[in-house]
Design a protein around this ligand. Structure first.
Ligand code: MBD
Ligand code: FE
Length: 282
């Protein structure tokens, strides 16, 4: 028997090991975490096999994927949202996800972000980068990345060119930008440790189709966000818990011969408008 009193004694013994030479911030936080976790381990009667599996899971998990695990459980969102400097007039931020790559090519507006034809339909988004009063933000950088038509991200998927579906664009003098790319597919998270956690929790594994953006401009808070394609069946049960209503982008599909000719493309495409509003830096 390991009683509640035994638990309490163990807790005090461990607390008593503090010499005061530790990192005070870490000590304060870990103290609170231990207070919360001790009773769970005892009351749930966690078995040695379960404990061993949990410790091994944490130790063996690839760090890139571990970031996604933390989003799946909502933990990182608490940190991000409670430290956010983005006000209610600005475009909402959203989780970065594990698949950003630095060093994506700088592309002129209207250049395709996709480097290979994987059969996906096409996408044209246009809009403006604005400040919270509606004035243009010229020369803002939009770093864009998204999953290809098979739902995979380049670099992490060896079957694609390194920077496929990635690029850095710049807003014009009037703040206008245009994204031209292939239509992103939904991404399934039942891979590696994300899949393990979603599987044991019984959460569905599909992220709704989305595009990632990091917007930067001198004098403004950087904005890391995502746009979600309206009508996706998983807007309400995103396993990474990223969707916000203000980030859902309605698209119009065009497939008539006239429409294709007007854009000079050979297949159906989707158009949408979205204005980004950046928060001034303090
Ligand atoms: C993704 O594509 C993503 O955006 C997040 C947040 C987690 C896993 C995969
Ligand atoms: Fe993503």
């Amino acid at each position: 028997m390991f009683t509640e009193e035994d638990l309490h004694k163990l807790r005090e013994t461990v607390r008593g090991l503090q010499t005061g030479s530790g990192n005070p911030r870490a000590v304060a936080i870990i103290d609170r975490l231990l207070d919360a976790v001790y009773p769970v381990i005892r009351e749930m009667q966690i078995t040695p096999a379960e404990w061993d599996a949990a410790v091994r899971f944490l130790g063996e998990t690839d760090p890139v994927m571990m970031r996604a695990v933390a989003w799946c459980l909502g933990l990182s969102q608490i940190v991000e949202e409670s430290n956010s400097r983005i006000g209610p007039q600005a475009t909402q931020a959203c989780i970065e996800g594990p698949f950003h790559r630095p060093g994506a090519p700088e592309l002129p507006l209207d250049a395709p972000l996709h480097q290979v034809d994987d059969g996906a339909e096409l996408l044209f988004i246009e809009g403006r980068v604005l400040d919270t009063s509606g004035h243009a933000v010229a020369d803002a950088q939009l770093d864009v990345w998204y999953a290809n038509g098979k739902g995979n991200y380049s670099f992490f998927d060896p079957g694609q060119p390194e920077h496929n579906c990635r690029g850095k664009l710049r807003s014009g003098a009037d703040g206008s930008y245009r994204v031209f790319g292939s239509l992103p597919s939904a991404y399934h998270m039942d891979v590696g440790p994300m899949g393990t956690v979603l599987g044991v929790m019984g959460h569905q594994v599909w992220r709704p189709a989305h595009l990632h953006f990091i917007l930067t401009a001198p004098g403004y808070e950087p904005l890391t966000t995502q746009l979600y394609i309206a009508g996706d069946p998983h807007l309400r049960d995103d396993p990474a818990v990223g969707v916000k209503d203000g980030l859902i982008l309605p698209l119009q599909r065009q497939d008539g011969p006239e429409a294709l000719r007007a854009r000079g493309v050979d297949r159906p495409y989707h158009t949408g408008r979205f204005d980004f509003r950046l928060q001034s830096a303090v």
